[in-house]
Design a binder for this molecule. Structure first.
Ligand code: AMP
Length: 289
């Protein structure tokens, strides 16, 4: 395979994708593009998305863009971790063909007057605690889908609500891309991998284990007679309460992918249940499900 191309403008991206597709077809491939959208500071979770994209497409594209639109005024946009050199080394190792790393001025050259806003699904969970967040996500993902015109786009189920929102938007707006949800990768001790884990102090890092521990107990609780969505939610809150540094933003039981309240949910209902949580340790907000 030829060398990875790094594009910083939309024109460079267009050329790089055209070259990549042409080369793939020259090798007898279909020229299909798999896109992995990220905010960078890549970890093994991102790498697993790139690996899946590599298996299923002849052109693998990665976007690295810390999107200011999806951060609230008091959130961590300015201090979000960034390391372009390390990210490019990981991208290269995973066989990425095209990396798009635009500046904010490339993605938003003038004050935009257009927002893509998904209703309903964005009213609960992170949508409720981060007003405007999913407008920022839906808007930037729409732009990326137009810029890349990918055949497949890979998203992690750690952000389960994001997957539901992006799927809904894709159907509603007739994007031709197929959305591929991917499993959550964890550290050996259970903590879900996240770029934000570097913010945690050693004590916070230790106590953050309570999240995966609580979720890990769900399988056992499901075997208890009379168990419901509301009971599971309570048990998770109680378990998290054993970590003194944990401040719960939300713990919710909802249907998936409809994200409707599921307090009455019981095993055997035939509806998938999502148990989703957001918990702060100091200034760091972690999510898992
Ligand atoms: P981010 O850079 O955090 O915005 O994430 C970019 C993509 O990687 C999103 O689709 C995330 O859901 C996905 N992702 C983040 N963390 C993980 C993880 N631990 N395992 C799998 N995918 C992940």
């Amino acid at each position: 395979r030829s060398e990875m191309i790094v594009a910083t403008t939309s024109e460079q991206l267009r050329d790089a994708l055209a070259d990549g597709k042409k080369a793939a077809k020259g090798r007898g491939g279909k020229g299909e593009v798999g896109l992995v959208p990220t905010m960078g500071y890549l970890h093994e979770g991102h790498a697993s998305l790139l690996q899946r994209a590599r298996r299923e497409n002849d052109v693998v594209a990665l976007s690295i863009f810390v999107n200011p639109l999806q951060f609230g005024p008091n959130e961590d946009f300015a201090r979000y971790p960034r390391d372009a050199e390390r990210d490019l080394a990981i991208a290269r190792k995973e066989g990425t063909d095209v990396v798009f790393m635009p500046d904010v001025s490339v993605m938003y050259p003038r004050p935009s007057q257009t927002t893509v806003s998904v209703s309903g699904l964005t009213e609960s969970l992170c949508g409720a605690s981060r007003p405007g967040h999913f407008d920022g996500v839906a808007t930037v993902v729409s732009k990326l889908f137009h810029l890349f015109d990918p055949d497949r786009a890979y998203f992690g189920m750690k952000d389960a609500q994001q997957v539901a929102v992006v799927r809904q938007m894709t159907d509603d707006l007739n994007f031709r891309v197929r959305i591929v949800p991917c499993p959550t990768l964890r550290e050996p001790d259970g903590l879900a991998m996240s770029s934000r884990n570097v913010y945690l102090s050693p004590e916070e890092r230790e106590q953050a284990l309570v999240l995966s521990r609580a979720l890990g107990r769900v399988d056992g609780w499901l075997a208890e007679p009379g168990i419901t969505g509301a009971r599971l939610q309570e048990r998770i809150v109680d378990t998290i309460g054993t970590a003194p540094l944990a401040v719960v933003d939300y713990v919710e039981a909802v249907t998936y992918p409809g994200l409707l309240p599921a307090g009455d949910w019981q095993p055997g209902d035939g509806t998938p249940l999502l148990l989703a949580l957001a918990v702060k340790f100091g200034r760091t907000r972690l999510i898992d499900n």
